[in-house]
Design a protein around this ligand. Structure first.
Ligand code: FFO
Ligand code: GTP
Ligand code: MG
Length: 426
């Protein structure tokens, strides 16, 4: 196994920059830099091969089996200037015993050495990418191994069910002492329900990671773009008193009370002979349909629907022109905007509450597969005799699907995809 190195911290000027080395040759390489044997922790002068001073660094040593990767690790905590980092990386690059790490390679080694399971690796990737607080909370829960714990409990129960079934096969010619069907059914049903619930949460979890879409729609000139600008806190969209100003869908990404949200401003909805505006209107309709939430802006003379459901919010526009006491928003003055934001965020929070610890399409697919096998098992249990072999086979398939969640079974084919999204140095 090669010894690898990479800058672990972000590029650019900083107080401190950390370069990590992992592998058998890490200690030797650091000894050459320091011109002394590494200790557990010490401040040392680092030199290049010609003996020129590079920096005075804090050097940490993590022995094999007691490091992030599980391999011997050296961390060089440097003064965080681009020039210091470049000089040290150059010297390390000239060391024939080392090579630069690929994206995610430290984490891949942590996985290979059993320091993390596959779901934790996915959680770690999301944790590093987290921009909002809700994203951080979700990712850190997965990283801490929550999916692994649930998968383990599913596994234990399904193995118990399989053992009960196998016992009836072994005793096929004899009198089976007790009827195992009720216990098997209870185990399988319990696991299937929990899994189903988890898989339902995945779609929302994906939104939590990639952002919810909130579309602002309504007739021309009601003030959609003015509201967007107010919510974004800057002048993103052109506004004017001319109906039909907005034509393209304008997207603004923002952090809405901790939730990642992409706001969409759209063309005013109306029948039009203008070809370009017409294209804008059909785009507006299509995107609004796909959106998680639609904010319908209404004129003072439109009726507000009573039963709005949980994906549609109706608001009257231009509150400042309506006089007091009318529930409305004004992008111009900001009136009612806080209430609108609170309403959007509470609708989204309701959905977020359904998120469990599974969060990837990969998890959903594995759980749906397992649920399929378990449904077969439950159906077969209702039938008479002779099905034990098939039952056991379906249970084993369900267990394999559960194991794939945390990478207990061969998952080589998903690794490249997962690690492709990592940054170098992680
Ligand atoms: N400087 C530094 N900070 C970091 C990391 C790192 O690699 N280096 N991490 C990287 O993601 C995270 C922390 N994760 C880590 C997980 C395990 C070990 C580790 O060496 N564990 C050993 C020894 C622990 C100890 O000495 O107390 C072990 O568990 O046996 C280090 C970091 C965030 N902060
Ligand atoms: N008094 C008042 N005028 C507003 C308010 N919001 C927008 N306006 C005005 O209404 C006109 C239309 O505003 P826009 O934000 O461009 O309306 P829009 O819904 O995006 O219009 P289209 O892009 O054509 O569909 C502009 O002249 C705005 O200044 C408001 O809250 N109060
Ligand atoms: Mg507009």
């Amino acid at each position: 196994m090669d010894t690898i190195f990479a800058l672990a911290t972000a590029r650019g000027r900083a107080g401190v920059a950390v370069i990590r080395l992992s592998g058998a040759a890490a200690l030797g390489a650091s000894a050459r830099l320091m011109r002394s044997v590494p200790v557990a922790r010490g401040v040392r002068q680092l030199h290049d091969a010609e003996g020129a001073l590079l920096d005075e660094a804090l050097v940490l040593q993590f022995p094999e089996g007691r490091s992030f990767t599980g391999e011997p690790v050296i961390e060089l905590h440097l003064h965080g200037s681009p020039a210091v980092v470049a000089a040290v990386l150059r010297v390390l690059g000239n060391d024939p015993q080392l090579r630069a790490a690929e994206p995610g390679e430290f984490t891949r080694r942590a996985l290979e050495n059993g320091r993390l399971d596959l779901a934790q690796v996915e959680g770690l990737a999301d944790l590093i990418d987290a921009e909002t607080d809700a994203q951080r909370r979700q990712a850190v829960r997965v990283f801490s191994g929550a999916l692994g714990e649930i998968a383990e409990s599913w596994r234990v129960r399904l193995i118990r069910a399989a053992a009960l079934i196998e016992a009836t096969i072994d005793f096929a010619d004899e009198e089976v002492p007790v009827d195992v069907t009720p216990e098997v059914r209870e185990l399988v049903q319990g696991v299937r329900r929990e899994m189903h619930r988890e898989s339902e949460g995945v779609r929302v979890a994906e939104r939590l990671r990639d952002g919810f879409e909130v579309a602002i729609i309504g007739e021309p000139n009601v003030g959609k773009s003015t509201l967007l600008n107010r919510l974004a806190g800057r002048d993103v969209a052109i506004t004017s008193e001319i109906a039909g100003t907005t034509r393209d869908v304008i997207e603004v990404r923002m952090d809405l009370e901790g939730l990642p949200v992409t706001l969409l401003d759209t063309a005013g909805l109306r029948d039009t002979d203008d070809i370009v505006e017409g294209i804008g209107v059909s785009r507006a309709r299509a995107r609004a349909e796909e959106a998680d939430i639609r904010v319908h802006m209404l004129d003072s003379d439109d009726d507000i629907p009573q039963d709005a459901g949980d994906s549609d919010i109706y608001v009257r526009s231009k509150a400042d022109l309506l006089g007091p006491g009318v529930a409305a928003v004004s992008g111009k003055t900001g009136a009612g905007v806080d209430q609108l934001v609170a309403r959007i965020s509470s609708l989204l929070q309701e959905r977020v509450a359904s998120v469990g610890v599974a969060m990837k399409e990969r998890h959903r697919v594995a759980m749906v597969q397992a649920v399929g096998y378990l449904t077969n098992v439950e159906e077969s249990l209702d039938l008479e005799d002779g099905m034990a072999d098939l039952l056991a086979e379906d249970l084993r398939s369900a267990i394999r699907a559960v194991d794939s969640l945390v990478g207990r079974v061969d998952v080589e084919h998903v690794l490249d995809e997962i690690f492709a999204s990592f940054c170098i140095g992680k």
